[in-house]
Design a protein around this ligand. Structure first.
Ligand code: SF4
Ligand code: MG
Length: 336
């Protein structure tokens, strides 16, 4: 069967003051299989939220294609698109900003069901909201309360219940734990992981660092300045990262085990993150890359399958014979 989601050469550019173009998402290819959780990681401004929002249809794509269950969204009619949107839901970073403060928990969670007219009557509507509250670990008695009465973690659970209201197949979670206290981050990740399993959800989990994403994702994609620079299984990414940017990100994660600490060297990236309005020529990472070569300024590295299912965009792992050379000692990272 076709992947649940397949995006090809996807671009999302924003025009800024009519003269400049911000290339937020630049030529991204990836697919997500049904039941899989794909993590997307990158610094703020790398385009990961824009990627999620463009897939959701909250932004109109500039170029490229998005196919859902093998059907290109450009070829769907209005009703097909409406049905597709019912099956895709988003969880946002800031649960407070994404919930209308004047709506009760009942209204907030029921709203998607009201839009899609999925309940026969108020009794059914209320019963479904109560069941959703239970599924996300909240009390049924919260129905008539307002968002401000809850903690950040509870609000995110309300956001998750709302995203589940239409029984979706696909969820994009855009930094769902970044705004939460560290103490509740793991609980929300565990909840998403459990729901993903129980409901067979397909998920895209967007995060700005690699520390939590590992526990929920089967594969992880790394973005830098609008580009996907590496994509592979979580295990491969942690054990043998190919792209110098991924290696730097991994080196920044504190590891609690003192035996492992010894073997690792922190890679400090030089320079600032360049502007996506004026990205470097050639490889977008070259201004900060410890391994930069002459060709890196001249040619943009292709995103190639270096090993089975392990993709990277880097001239060190080029598809051009004679160019590739082995990486200098990569930071080793024991599987947790
Ligand atoms: Fe570094 Fe060159 Fe690879 Fe880019 S292509 S990541 S600059 S070695
Ligand atoms: Mg973001």
């Amino acid at each position: 069967s076709p992947p649940l989601l397949k995006i090809s050469h996807l671009k999302k550019y924003f025009e800024i003051e009519r003269t400049q173009i911000l290339k937020a998402v630049d030529d991204i290819n990836l697919s997500i299989s049904s039941g899989e959780t794909l993590g997307i990681v990158g610094e703020s401004g790398c385009g990961k939220s824009t990627l999620g929002r463009t897939i959701m249809g909250l932004y109109q794509k500039t170029e490229g294609s998005i196919a859902f269950n093998g059907v290109d969204i450009d070829k769907m009619n209005t009703s097909e698109r409406f049905q597709m949107h019912r099956r895709m839901q988003m969880i946002f970073q800031d649960p407070y900003a994404s919930l209308n403060p004047r709506s009760t928990v009942l209204e907030l969670i029921a709203e998607p069901m009201d839009v899609h007219k999925t309940c026969k009557n108020n009794k059914e509507r209320r019963a479904r909201v109560e069941r959703l509250l239970e599924e996300v670990g909240l009390n049924r008695g919260f129905l008539n309360r307002y968002p401000h009465e809850f903690s950040g973690g509870q609000r995110q659970r309300i956001g998750i219940a709302r995203a589940l209201a239409l029984d979706p197949d696909f969820i994009i979670a855009d930094e769902p734990i970044s705004a939460l206290d560290v103490s509740v981050q793991a609980q929300v990740v565990d909840l998403l992981k459990r729901l993903q399993k129980e409901k067979g959800l397909t998920m895209m989990f967007i995060a700005h660092d690699l520390s939590m994403v590992k526990y929920i994702s089967s594969r992880i994609g790394v973005m830098y300045l609008g580009h996907l620079v590496e994509l592979t299984t979580s295990r491969n990414l942690y054990e043998k990262p190919l792209h110098p940017y991924t290696q730097a990100l991994l080196s920044a994660i504190p590891i609690p085990d003192p035996d492992i600490e010894e073997k690792r060297e922190r890679i400090i990236l030089k320079g600032e993150l360049p502007s996506p309005i004026n990205p470097p020529t050639g490889c977008v990472f070259r201004t900060r890359c410890p391994f930069v070569m002459a060709i890196c300024a001249k040619e943009r590295p292709n995103f190639v399958e270096v090993e089975d299912g392990h993709f990277a965009a880097c001239h060190l792992h080029s598809d051009k014979p004679g160019l590739a050379r082995p990486l200098a000692k990569a930071p080793s990272h024991e599987p947790g």
